[in-house]
Every structure is written in C-alpha cells, then in structure tokens.
Design a protein around this ligand. Sequence first.
Ligand code: GLN
Length: 301
Amino acid sequence: MYGKIHDEMKCAVSKMETYNDVYLRIRKSLKSAGITSPELEARMIISSASGKTKEEVLAMSKIYATDAKIKAKIEDSLSRRLKGEPLAYILEEWEFYGLPIIVSPDVLIPRMDTELLAEKAIAILNAKPWQTRTLDLCAGSGCIGIAIAAKVASSRVVLADVSEEALGICRQNMLKNNQSRNITPITADALKSPPSLLGAFDLIVSNPPYIPTKDIETLENSVKDYEPLSALDGGEEGLEFLKAIAGKWSKILKPGGHMALECGIGQAAAVRYIMKQGGLSDIKTYKDTGGVERVLTGKAT
Ligand code: GLN
C-alpha cells in the first residue's frame, strides 16, 4: 500500500518540471519549428507568462514550475508561436528604442529598422534648442513619437492615425511610458490634407504604409497573416502615403522645419524626388543596418 503511494509520488515528481526543464523543452520545440532565436524566445515566453524579469527567471531555474496558471500561459504562448503568430502579439509588448511598447494586431510591430528613423528625428530635434512640436503621422502603436517624447525633454508630440484602435494603443503606450503630458493623440488620414487648426510643426516624422500592393502576398507569413494590411499597403507602387505626406503635409512645417520619412527597399530615389516636389531641400538618405536606404530627411524653406 505505502509502496504504491510511494511509486505514484515518485511518478508525479518525475513528471514535475523545473523552470529549467520547461525552458529546455520549449526551446527545443521552437528550434525544431525553425525559429531563429529559440533561446531568446523561450526565455521571453517564460518571463512574460510568469511576470518576472529575465534575470528572475534565470534565478528560478531549479524551482519546480507548479503554478498552473503560469504553465497554462506558457503552453498557450508556445502553441500560438508554433502556429506562426509573431511573438510580439503573443507577449502583447515589444521593445522599441529601449522602451516597452504595447502592441495588438491593430498595429504594426515596431521594427528595428524604424529605430533609425527615431534616431534621426531625435538628432534633428536636439539641434533645435527651443520647445518643439513634432507630428508622428500614421503613428500605429505610437512608438516613434513616444521615443521622441521620452528622449527629447523639450518636445511636444502629436500622434496621428486614421485607426481608432491604433489610437487606443497609442494612449496605452503614453501611459506606460509616462508621456501623457507631452503627447496628444488625434484622428487624421495621412492621404487627406491636414485638418485646420493643427498648427505648424518643427518636425513631421512618418513610417507610413509603403509596401506595393502586389508585393503584399510575397511578405513572410508572420507579417501578411497577422499584421494589419492597412499599415503595410502603400498602393500600387507603395508610394501613395509618402506622396501625400511630402506633398500635402509639408505645408504645415514651420520655416526651417524638417520631415523624416521611412521607405521600403528601392524606394529612396523616388522618395527623394517626391520630397523635392513637396518643396523640401537639403535631402539626406540614411541606410539601415541591412544596407537599405531606409530613411530620408528634408528641410522646409
Ligand atoms: N518595414 C515593414 C515591413 O517590412 C513595412 C512597414 C511599412 O509599410 N511602413 O514589413
């Protein structure tokens, strides 16, 4: 009798996993599914499910993972990830410019390439030693404008998006990053003329949709099946938004104000031309870490 109970207990204990066992198991599954950073993703999944930092998760490695809620969350995250969902949507948060950014399928996941746009925008504002006004058009999660407000103390930022859902995420990110005082979210369609009474800006920054419509189907599944198409599709040549922004919105730049735009592979020459047509000068192009001409800046006269 005691022998049987003892055997059952032994069996239960041997089935029990430590956090390190869980880590090794999910890392293996992620690796077999062809995910490129299984170690990092496994740690991030456990960290998010347990509400602990990566360091705290490491410190728990010998502890038995007994909390049913945490375990269920880990298994749910793993199965969603194995089906191809981007990790950012599973964790509901992603890092941009060192800041935590809440994301949902209503907004594009902040990309590392876009940090170059934020970096150039911040450098432009740092050269303007007065209280500046910045407009982040097609703001999505609000990541660019929030990075600007967080890093440039003298800046006031307007986050504009056509999607009410995206503006809801912007508001959450303003709160999360303690930037509600410095930022105003507004509804605006970048394809139309700026609403009156918006005032003039020292900087207009934008990462608009720029993928040519016909290229959408060639995007990775994790992008085309999960991310909002309205944040990606830039019309036939992908330039519809960039044209409208450089054409219509440059009119609300202050004299000497700047515009900073992100574009896709092979679009920089066309965007340079579009910016010139919009009356901008001193146009500069910057390459991302992959060597792609990704960001252009120009100045209003
Ligand atoms: N850079 C994004 C991608 O490659 C596209 C972003 C955009 O259209 N603004 O999927």
